[in-house]
Design a protein around this ligand. Structure first.
Ligand code: ADP
Ligand code: MG
Length: 731
């Protein structure tokens, strides 16, 4: 009997139920208790320090040394009071996860004792050794220094692991020369340019607006598997997905998992996750079963983008940690199981003013509805122009299994707005483009827009679940983001392209006003141009259909199915010019990111290729050969005993099938290894990534095909790996 698999199954069956002690009472009693949030700051800081921090948060004002010292000392007092012994600068390097290096508050003193210290300098800047983080050539080896710098706009928090408590300070991570080595630095820059551009445009409608920030509400999908089974699957351990495995007789076809009642083990995990998230001020709102068996989702109330990104990173970290406490593993990979839905992360994005107005929410007056339409159309125009950048921002080896691989959504970036808003845009285009459009028509059109828009709320139900980029009533929902990725990547692109488009909008409107048009007239004229120029990106139909792929090609929309191809958009001349102009990335930073991602892609495919080779040769073939031996001796003894052929024919056929597949698998693996040797000699990151994508990856499915066929015929007791039916249905 195959020991590993059956031992794992026994372990799952014999495990006692875990009982977690959760705080009783209302969530609001413990929500945010581990965060140095505004309320805490008000309590712990002097009024002058408090005012300075608020100014830093809201207007990016610099905090001077003296104030930083005061803040640090209050932060320390608070953290120590909460039981923290260490602090860390918490950052988001380009590995995709978070990084931390803990230092103790404690310093020894001459008298043989010690004290707890933490000053402004330690709060504001640290110098972790950057040499082991991806830098894409930004950090010459002789200059390994990198700096982390405090981001006051995201509050410090206390991370509790076992009995240990650490004060975590959200920071950006830059090289010695100031180039970004993380996601947060460019994200903050993109928010700033977006704010400037959006405020300028807002003032056409409301002179009092001073700040605009993008908001993000993410929805996180994930799988849970039992930890014992997880460990019996080297592919899950090493790559986060199953590279082999036959689909179970029952998958998701009965659609009985979605919104189904939550398994008790999973429920306990979710409750503990939520509790920890609440303490950290992550405003989780929903939890439910997803479409695939073993798949779940959670989502918070939306927040300002920077904070929402930090919270998502923090949550992914928490999920992993807490799942282990429950003898489970969380799989954040975009496609842990073939032929079963993968996981994504929907990024709901909008813009909000300091006066509390959601700019993508329909207004109450003709004026606010014109404002709504302005931001709505400008965003669509930005996506029509820069869809390739958005595609690049969500490209990863894992996400390739979703985008362009017959699973939602396709690699074609299009925008769904619903028939109602489509009608509004048609109307604007039709009326404004008429040569005779005058002041009177303008007044009428404004009223007409106003009258039509409130119905939008009813149209809300008209959801198109197949669209990668859908307007859902008061926000755009970017659905093609990978479940494992850092939300910042697409958010940086969104903020930047919309900022660029708003600038362009303002320039065009100003030019028309200078030419004698009244303001609203100018605005409507530019909107009409934008609507016309954005037509190609609007699509209301089934995004999974073959017809759409053809139609999209006719419209000139890209359909880039693989990561190396998608990433090219980052280093196109126009893209670099755009990011430089907006001050979000320098050319050097973009080239560096491009290279890091290509390298990351090649490495991931390389690891998968190795795992497939190892599993096939060390696990699958030995099992298949044992069974082959049994069949062979069985056929031989039946034949020797003089039985007619028809009585051992079935076994002989099985034997032939198994033997052929064994030969085939071995041959394909040898060929794949040869291709890998060739690719590994390549120096150029792009060339290498393409080789991994085009010459090596296609072997995966070919090898898998035979392995999965073997799984169906080899004696179940010999099969070495937990099967899908065991992994997907929680005990
Ligand atoms: P669903 O899409 O599942 O029907 P909702 O529309 O209520 O649910 O919200 C889904 C997600 O959209 C949530 O994460 C929520 O925080 C987010 N969201 C709602 N409004 C906004 C907004 N103005 N800006 C950004 N995200 C938002
Ligand atoms: Mg949604």
């Amino acid at each position: 009997m195959s020991t590993l698999r059956f031992k794992a199954i026994e372990k799952v069956e014999s495990r006692p139920v875990i009982d977690v002690k959760l705080p009783s009472g209302r969530i609001s009693d413990y929500y945010g208790t581990h965060v140095f949030d505004v309320a805490t700051m008000r309590e712990f800081l002097s009024s002058e320090a408090f005012r300075k921090v608020m100014a830093a948060i809201h207007t990016g004002e610099k905090i001077d040394r003296q104030v930083a010292d005061q803040i640090a000392s209050s932060m320390k007092a608070w953290a120590i009071d909460k039981g923290a012994t260490h602090f860390t600068h918490w950052f988001q390097p380009l590995t995709g996860s978070t990084a931390e290096k803990h230092d103790s508050f404690f310093v020894p003193t001459e008298d043989g004792r010690g004290i707890e210290k933490f000053n402004g300098e330690a709060l504001v800047q640290q110098e972790p050794d950057a040499s082991s983080f991806p830098s894409g050539g930004l950090r010459a080896t002789f200059e390994a220094r990198g700096y982390t710098a405090w981001d006051p706009s995201s509050p410090a928090f206390i991370m509790e692991i076992g009995n240990g408590r650490t004060l975590c300070i959200p920071t950006i991570f830059v090289s010695y020369n100031g180039e970004a080595l993380d996601y947060k630095a460019p994200l903050l820059k993109s928010m700033q340019v977006l704010e400037e551009a959006a405020v300028t445009v807002c003032r056409y409608f409301d002179r009092n607006v001073e700040h605009v920030s993008p908001t993000l509400g993410w929805e996180q999908e994930y799988f849970l598997v039992d930890e014992a089974l997880f460990h019996a699957r080297p592919d899950l351990v090493l790559t986060g997905r199953t590279v082999l495995g036959h689909a179970p007789a029952k998958g998701q076809q009965l659609e009985d998992h979605y919104f189904g009642s939550i398994h008790e083990r999973v429920y306990r995990f979710m409750m503990e996750l939520e509790c920890e998230a609440y303490k950290l001020g992550i405003p989780l709102r929903t939890r439910h079963n997803e479409v695939a068996p073993g798949q779940y989702e959670c989502a918070p109330t939306f927040e300002e983008v920077n904070l929402a990104v930090d919270h998502n990173q923090l949550l992914m970290d928490l999920m992993d940690r807490i799942a282990r406490r429950h003898n489970m593993r969380v799989l954040l990979h975009e496609k842990p199981f073939a032929r079963i839905n993968g996981s994504g992360k929907h990024n709901n994005w909008s813009l909000q003013t300091d006066r509390g107005k959601n700019l993508l929410s329909p207004g109450k007056t003709p004026k606010t509805n014109l404002q709504f339409l302005t931001f709505f159309v400008t965003t669509i125009r930005a996506v029509a122009e820069h869809g390739d950048l958005l595609r690049a921002s969500i490209a990863s080896a894992g996400n390739d299994h979703r985008l362009g691989a017959n699973e939602a959504p396709p690699a074609i970036i299009s925008v769904f707005i619903g028939s109602h808003l489509q009608g509004v845009l048609d109307e604007v285009e039709k009326r404004v483009s008429k040569g005779s459009f005058d002041e009177m028509d303008k007044g009428e059109l404004k009223m007409d827009i106003h009258n039509r828009i409130p119905d939008l709320l009813l149209d809300n139900t008209d959801r198109n679940r197949t669209s990668p980029f859908a307007f859902t009533g008061n926000k755009f929902e970017i659905r093609a983001v990978g479940s494992a990725s850092n939300c910042a990547s697409p958010m940086i692109v969104m903020n930047t392209i919309v900022a660029r488009q708003l600038r362009d909008f303002h320039e065009r409107v100003e030019a028309l006003i200078e030419g004698g048009d009244k303001k609203d007239m100018a605005i409507l004229k530019v909107l009409e141009q934008y609507i016309r120029e954005s037509r190609k990106v609007l699509f209301e139909g089934d995004n999974y259909s073959a017809e759409w792929a053809e139609e999209a090609a006719r419209r000139g929309l890209s359909n880039i199915k693989s990561t190396p191809g998608a990433l090219d958009a980052y280093v196109r001349k126009e893209s670099i010019a755009l990011f430089e102009e907006m001050g979000v990335y320098s050319a050097k930073e973009m080239h560096a990111r491009h290279e890091i991602q290509l390298e990351n892609y090649a490495k991931r495919i390389q690891i998968e290729a190795r795992v497939i080779g190892d599993l096939a040769l060390n696990h699958i073939l030995p099992a298949a050969i044992s069974y082959q031996n049994r069949l062979a001796s069985n056929v031989k003894s039946l034949r020797d005993s003089g039985l007619e052929e028809k009585l051992w024919q079935a076994q002989a056929e099985l034997l032939l099938d198994i033997s052929t597949r064994i030969q085939e698998i071995k041959k394909l693996i040898d060929e794949m290894v040869e291709e890998r040797k060739k690719a590994n000699k390549m120096k150029d990151a792009r060339e290498k990534a393409i080789a991994y994508c085009e010459a090596i990856k296609p072997y995966f499915d070919r090898i898998r095909y035979h392995v999965d066929k073997l799984e169906q015929v080899v004696d179940d007791e010999l099969w070495p790996l937990p099967k899908y039916r065991e992994l997907l249905f929680m005990k």
